[in-house]
Design a protein around this ligand. Structure first.
Ligand code: PLP
Length: 425
């Protein structure tokens, strides 16, 4: 960064914002500026990201939960450089060792008899594949999901997602999709029947506002699916890989899905990588035509080598357990703040380091995010519930950093309380 003078950095920021206005998205540019984020990200390490002026932010957005192993983990960067220099992309016709190794590792660490993996480049793509596999295997069409769920913004993933504002403009979406309230087993039982290909659920709703189901909800959904012959797809794109304090959130509930989807953290915080994983029995439907579902860039040697190293780092550094411990500690602190600011904070909830703070209205949540940004902590509201801000730091966040986030939130709450009092005068 030393290569630039202050004026040059200033110019880079101005030019980048101008190019966003002209070539990327004027709406997004205005949103970033409004949120006190009129700067350019430049480098990152651990749980922090630095802007071009060297100003460090504790990143509680973490690319919406991508940096489970932290930014630029040295082991993962080293593995990436080695693979990058040797063979980053595949011919797609010779055997790809990195893909085979990653698929084997996933078979070993995922619950139950999940065995085969298909690799892609994003969460939404993993969902598309999972939905297609369910229809192919069951030869049925009906898909059931939950209100406020978030599964991505491609047409299929959007069809099973649960917020109208993102769906309405694109209708008609794919037919025979039904949404029921989350954590309401009666509603699920009413809709899921012998015509159902799959039920897709997040073990904890992330973008819905960090909604944690009662302990018996997922086991009962599993039971219903098994009874009617529908497949259970658990979307662990956000909850997987240690985020909730276990490697997979479904382990909290003792539930094994028929198809599991992953993305976000699987790419080690440095590349895009998604996957859907299923059983040998279900995977048989790909045998007749193994190219019925494919991706040119999915499962490339570079991303798979990184994916495997990421899983090893998660295991060897005990990151899921640490996420549990730090999550408990942090949640305790946040509960304290809720008691101190009952006029602003409605509820605090979380599992591991997937934590939501719910405010009484979405303006308060936006104001808090702006105040936090001014205090060099990045937070943002959840996509399907703008009253909730997420605290989803890299799982390697230190105890000290969590304390700093807690203090920044307390100061921000004081500041917002003053603003509210002024307005009410
Ligand atoms: N599924 C869940 C649970 C998610 O949280 C997300 C993204 O936030 C997705 C799917 C879509 O992932 P992507 O944005 O990589 O397409």
């Amino acid at each position: 960064m030393e290569e630039f003078s202050y004026e040059e950095r200033q110019k880079i920021v101005e030019e980048t914002i101008e190019k966003y206005m002209k070539y990327v998205s004027p709406g997004l540019a205005r949103l970033f500026k409004f949120a006190n984020l009129a700067t350019v990200e430049w480098e990152g390490k651990g749980a922090q990201v630095c802007d071009i002026f060297g100003e460090a932010y504790i990143d509680c957005i973490g690319g919406f939960g991508v940096f489970n192993v932290g930014r630029n983990h040295p082991r993962i960067v080293e593995k990436a450089i080695e693979q990058l220099q040797r063979l980053p992309l595949s011919t797609r016709t010779l055997f790809n060792k990195q893909q085979a190794d990653l698929a084997e590792k996933l078979a070993q660490i995922t619950p139950g008899n999940l065995q085969y993996s298909f690799f892609c480049n994003s969460g939404a793509e993993a969902i598309e594949g999972a939905l297609k596999l369910a229809r192919l295997y069951t030869k049925k069409k009906k898909l059931v999901s939950c209100i406020h769920s978030f599964h991505g913004k491609t047409m299929g993933a959007l069809s099973v997602s649960g917020r109208e504002v993102y769906k309405k403009p694109f209708e008609p979406l794919i037919p025979e999709t039904y949404q029921v309230p989350f954590n309401n087993i009666g509603a699920m039982r009413e809709v899921v029947d012998e015509q159902t290909a799959a039920v897709i659920v997040e073990p904890v709703q992330g973008e819905g506002g960090v909604n944690i189901p009662s302990p018996d909800y997922l086991p009962q959904v599993r039971e219903i699916c098994t009874r009617v012959g529908a497949l259970l797809i658990l979307d662990e794109v956000q909850t997987g890989l240690g985020r909730t304090g276990k490697m997979f959130a479904c382990e909290h509930y003792g539930v094994v899905p028929d198809i599991l989807t992953l993305a976000k953290g699987l790419g080690g915080g440095i590349v895009p990588l998604g996957a859907f994983i299923s059983t040998a029995e279900i995977w048989q439907v790909f045998e007749e035509n193994p190219l019925i579902h494919s991706s040119t860039l999915g499962g490339n040697p570079l991303s798979c080598a990184i994916g495997l190293e990421t899983l090893k780092v998660l295991e060897e550094e005990g990151i899921p357990r640490k996420a549990h411990e730090k999550g408990q500690y942090f949640l305790g602190k946040l509960q304290g703040l809720r008691e101190k600011f009952p006029d602003l904070v409605k509820e605090v909830r979380g599992m591991g380091l997937l934590i939501g703070v719910e405010f009484f209205d979405s303006d308060m949540a936006s104001l808090i995010a702006m105040e936090m940004a001014a205090r060099k902590v990045l937070v943002v509201y959840t996509l399907n519930n703008p009253c909730v801000i997420r605290l989803e730091p890299p799982l390697v966040v230190s105890w000290e950093e969590l304390d700093i986030v807690g203090e920044a939130l307390e100061d921000s709450l004081q500041a917002v309380r003053k603003i509210v009092e002024e307005v009410m005068k």
